[in-house]
Design a binder for this molecule. Structure first.
Ligand code: ADP
Length: 263
């Protein structure tokens, strides 16, 4: 049998911004189709930088990034990826449906085809009944669901999420985490999710890539061997807590070496 084609290959990719900030030292990372990966680490360790390079929004200063073995920035290839940001960035004057339909309108998809796809995406995020609402009538968590639906409406294979629930209260965030896992299970998407919350990373991921700052680098690549489906009870299991403790210790160790370097 042939080896599966990796969804994402990061090959010695580095990033030095024009002002000289060394945001990422060379990173090597292979992600298989269907994995749920989190990039975990403190502010400034290069998580967003790496995610933007995977999305093709930022060229690496050195190294290469491939999606299904094809260069990320190859304009001839449709990589079928969607990016969800921390801000829902919805058009306030337009209905939920119109907001979700936007990527299809931009791609010239006829209404007869886009209608059912919008309905399907809204169902997936649990907002099947809210298509006619305006964004301001929805809570912050629901607005984020709309933003995720807008990401799903193009039926991507790869979903990139940059701290999507970072601005939400803990209860809402936990609920969205659980629902996101259910959505992942249904769709079989490959997900790369950025967070600085250790417990969120352990709860969601099949694999955690832990990063540290100054300079931005990967310090651990950890498989999370907790069974799916995961629910609120998973957050209190001894195995869950052991993984959280382990990552916390690693993070402290990486931060201590930062401080020492600074002196
Ligand atoms: P994270 O997502 O982990 O918080 P970032 O990828 O946003 O980290 O940033 C990594 C480092 O690069 C930080 O030191 C940040 O200040 C710096 N940085 C991010 N974007 C730019 C930019 N456009 N120009 C210069 N430095 C940047």
């Amino acid at each position: 049998m042939n080896a599966p084609v990796p969804a994402i290959e990061v090959l010695s990719a580095e990033q030095v911004y024009p002002n000289g900030t060394r945001a990422l030292t060379p990173v090597d990372l292979t992600i298989q189709p269907g994995e749920f990966i989190t990039l975990l680490g403190p502010s400034g360790c290069g998580k967003s930088t790496l995610l933007k390079m995977i999305a093709g929004l930022l060229e690496p200063t050195d190294g290469r990034l491939l999606l299904s073995r094809k260069p990320v920035n190859d304009t001839k290839v449709d990589h079928q990826l969607s990016f969800v940001f921390q801000e829902a960035t919805l058009m306030p004057w337009a209905s939920v449906e119109a907001n979700v339909r936007l990527p299809l309108d931009l791609a010239g998809v006829p209404k007869s085809e886009s209608g059912p796809r919008v309905a399907e995406a809204l169902e997936l995020v649990g907002l099947g009944k809210f298509g006619k609402h305006r964004p301001r009538e929805l809570s912050g968590g629901m607005q984020m669901r709309v933003s995720i639906a807008r990401g799903l409406v193009t039926r991507p294979k790869l979903l990139l999420m940059d701290e999507p629930f970072g601005a939400l209260d803990e209860i809402t965030r936990n609920k969205l985490d659980t629902d996101l896992l259910e959505l992942w299970r249904k769709t079989g998407l490959t997900v790369v999710f950025v967070t600085h919350s250790i417990s969120e990373a352990v709860f969601l991921s099949s694999r955690v890539i832990m990063m540290a700052a100054r300079p931005g680098r990967v310090v651990e690549d950890l498989k999370v061997d907790l069974p799916y489906p995961r629910d609120e009870d998973s957050r209190t299991s001894p195995e869950f807590n052991a993984l959280v403790r382990h990552l916390h210790q690693q993070l402290m160790a990486a931060s201590v070496s930062d401080t020492e370097e600074a002196h």
